[in-house]
Design a protein around this ligand. Structure first.
Ligand SMILES: Cc1ncc(COP(=O)(O)O)c(C=O)c1O
Length: 448
């Protein structure tokens, strides 16, 4: 530990925790019993007093290559010494073009142009803006309506919360959320409980798009956005055939289809993008998180050739899309992404996720029968366990599980409501899967 990092870890008085208002966090509870992390390596986090915590969540669904990988660290250091920042408005740098090409090569079909931003939320808002602008340049400016889905999570920008379908993320920010409609979510416990992979039941729910089109008319609808596997709401794998059906209906009415792959991108479901797993080519894919294994903020949107081409018109000195961020394609983020993509390729981590999927599924589903377990879902290297809520205290049981998991059992997990979500780095070994599930079993019993 360097003198600098020692100082940063020296939280000696509770007042030291006062200033940082943590995002999506129960701040008062955290500050009474902080879950502090000091360093990380591969599959483990370490607390300031050196206790190992196995990472069952890839940080926040993002550290797919595991933590503090030497190759990524070295690439970031070298880049910082060579070119710390360069503007992406009217200027470029080699790393940005190199990583855009790498990502385009990974994507299916003609999804071959990349617009960079710095987070999943920005990626979603960018994709929605591209959709609206696309219809304008195509002379169909009446296509302004955006269709999301109940229980969808598309980040926290105004666009993302408008198409998103998680009530708590929407209820306080209402006035700007007009001009959207929502498909129904695809979860039905009676029909789907304890499914491994894609449930058999639910493809017909895509037909609800027909109803929405009949209500608003296709000429007013710009795009449909869905997560191929809604993650933040508690992991709801797409029913078999659902996404294909959605694509067909979008094609029928000329509606753009956007896959939000901020979680599913870069191997989480055993393929580079979930679009590949489902054999469905959307018009745009949003990505972030795993693009550089969570090391430097980065997001982006992949668009199909036809969308890019539609903008490349008019005088050549004119800006084609009035959109972008100071840090779009930041050199450090690009260098980290190139190094992460090398690791994914060289260690075949996407294939590894696919090979491990049945092992992971069996391990997670072995928790069936433990107290309060209502449902277990798994797909790729993702799993979720729904726990029964305590009377009049929704979320309390899972919150205690997360807290005790960290402090008492050395396990990091994600929670949403009373659902525990797991998504370990793709480097996880079979033994470590066993370690995660053993610890989780203890935690679930402890919060019974
Ligand atoms: C599907 C999806 N879209 C968008 C986001 C927002 O990403 P960020 O937190 O980087 O803004 C997330 C974050 O979890 C996500 O899961």
């Amino acid at each position: 530990m360097t003198a600098q990092s020692r100082a940063a870890n020296d939280i000696s008085s509770p007042n030291d925790l006062d200033a940082w208002w943590l995002p999506f966090t129960a701040n008062r509870s955290f500050k009474q019993r902080p879950r502090m992390i000091a360093r990380a390596k591969d599959m483990y986090y370490y607390t300031p007093d050196g206790k190992a915590v196995i990472d069952g969540a890839a940080g926040l669904w993002c550290c797919n290559a595991g933590h503090n990988r030497d190759e990524i660290t070295a690439a970031i250091q070298a880049q910082a010494q060579e070119l710390d920042y360069s503007p992406a408005f009217q200027f470029g740098h080699a790393g940005g073009f190199a990583i855009a090409s790498r990502i385009a090569q990974l994507a299916p079909g003609d999804l071959n142009h990349v617009f960079f931003c710095n987070s999943g939320s920005e990626a979603v808002d960018t994709a929605l803006k591209v959709a609206l602008a696309y219809w304008n340049v195509k002379g169909q400016g009446s296509r302004t309506r955006l269709i999301g889905r109940e229980r969808g999570y598309h980040g926290v920008g105004f666009g993302g919360i408008s198409v998103g379908g998680i009530v708590k993320n929407r209820q306080f920010f209402g006035s700007l959320l007009a001009g959207v409609d929502h498909l129904p979510h695809t979860y039905n416990r009676e029909q789907q409980a304890f499914t491994k992979g894609e449930p058999e039941w639910g493809a017909h729910l895509a037909d609800e798009l027909e109803r929405i089109v009949a209500l608003h008319d296709a000429s007013t609808i710009a795009a449909v956005i869905v997560e191929p596997m809604p993650g933040s709401t508690g992991v709801l794998p797409a029913p078999k055939g659902y996404l294909k059906r959605l694509r067909e209906i979008c094609d029928k009415y000329g509606i753009l289809l956007i896959f939000d792959e901020v979680i599913t991108g870069f191997g989480r479901l055993g393929t580079a993008f979930a679009a590949e797993r489902y054999g469905v080519i959307p018009d745009m894919i949003t990505f972030a998180k795993g693009v550089n294994s969570g090391t430097v903020p980065m997001g982006g949107v992949l668009v199909r050739q036809g969308i890019y081409d539609a903008f490349m018109k008019g005088p050549e000195n004119m800006i084609e899309l009035f959109h972008g961020y100071t840090y779009s394609g930041h050199p450090l983020a690009c260098a980290a992404a190139l190094a992460a993509q090398d690791i994914y390729r060289d260690e075949k981590l996407f294939e590894r996720a696919k090979t491990l999927e049945p092992v992971w599924a069996d391990a997670i589903h072995s928790l069936k029968g433990l107290p309060n377990v209502l449902d277990i879902r798994s797909i790729g290297l993702v799993g979720a366990i729904d726990l029964a809520s305590r009377p009049d205290a929704v979320g309390a049981r899972a919150f205690e599980a997360m807290d005790r998991g960290f402090h008492e059992h050395g396990l990091m997990m994600r929670i949403t409501g009373d659902t525990i979500a797991l998504s370990p780095p793709l480097i996880v070994t079979e033994d470590q899967i066993g370690e995660i599930v053993d610890k989780l079993a203890k935690v679930i019993k402890a919060v019974a």
